[in-house]
Design a protein around this ligand. Structure first.
Ligand SMILES: [Mg+2]
Length: 271
């Protein structure tokens, strides 16, 4: 049988049973919730008056946080260095004197963060539709207590059979181990699994490496692609400024199906 025929037959036979969701910015609106949590934090600690322009302050925090998140994911810094270090750098960047403030900021921010409950548009609608039809699970990087609390507080837990937390498993996306663990625990076959997430590097490439089909969710491009068609990923394609790349091997992308959506409820079209 030719490779193409084999591929097509594989796709036709594919019937998803197990759906894995990323949490932050896929279901739980991390960007909005973190914006609010940081604002509450600096107000509580009396730092708000020292900040002239909160949206700018937040955008500096956002990029520092991303930088620290990647360092932690690559095992270059510890959990504590990640948590406190991001605030130290933020205060230095804003000329605010530190004096133990970073620890207090981190503590308050971590308390406030999981109390924020804004979900991504369409999340509830999609989960209501999928619940009962498929086995649903969450695979998330991030710290155990925070992620668990976010899921409970925001009313997401009732939809999911299992929650896979990187810290508990000892492996972070895109490592294969966390996906392997999830597939085994769900008693699933990788051909019947589908991974949905907003990160190309961790969610999409991670699942691809395991031979699991993926949906790349890019809400930021919804205004650029307002007709909201489901887009099939092709190697070398660019979407506005985003250029999804397959680095490891060209074979990875051929073995699985990658689709791109701009609104979460486009999942209803696919599933
Ligand atoms: Mg995410």
């Amino acid at each position: 049988m030719s490779i193409l025929l084999e591929y097509l037959q594989n796709q036709m036979n594919k019937q998803y049973k197990h759906i894995f969701f990323d949490l932050d910015n896929t279901l739980w609106d991390y960007d909005t919730n973190s914006y609010e949590a940081l604002k509450i934090t600096i107000r509580k600690l009396g730092v708000l008056d020292e900040i002239e322009d909160y949206p700018t302050f937040y955008s500096i925090f956002y990029s520092i946080n991303e930088e620290f998140r990647v360092l932690y994911r690559e095992n270059k810094i510890s959990k504590k260095e990640k948590r406190v270090g991001r605030f130290e750098k933020l205060f230095v960047a804003n000329g605010i004197s530190i004096n133990g403030l970073s620890e207090a900021m981190n503590e308050t921010y971590l308390k406030e963060m999981p109390l924020q409950v804004k979900l991504i548009d369409g999340a509830k609608e999609v989960l209501d539709y999928l619940h009962g039809k498929y086995c649903l699970a969450i695979i998330t990087n991030g710290f155990m207590e925070t992620q668990q609390q976010k899921i409970e507080q925001s009313g997401l837990s009732k939809y999911f059979e299992k929650i896979f937390l990187s810290e508990a498993i000892g492996s972070q996306k895109p490592d294969s181990l966390i996906f392997e663990h999830a597939i085994l625990s769900m008693n699933a076959n990788k051909n019947s699994c589908l991974m949905i997430g907003d990160s190309w590097e961790t969610d999409v490439v991670g699942a691809m490496k395991m031979g699991v089909d993926q949906i790349y969710f890019i809400p930021a491009l919804h205004s650029v692609y307002p007709d909201s068609r489901v887009v099939a990923f092709r190697r070398g394609m660019t979407l506005d400024l985003i250029e999804p790349k397959v680095n490891d091997s060209d074979d990875l992308a051929k073995k699985t199906n990658t689709r791109i959506i701009f609104l979460l409820n486009q999942l209803i079209e696919i599933l």
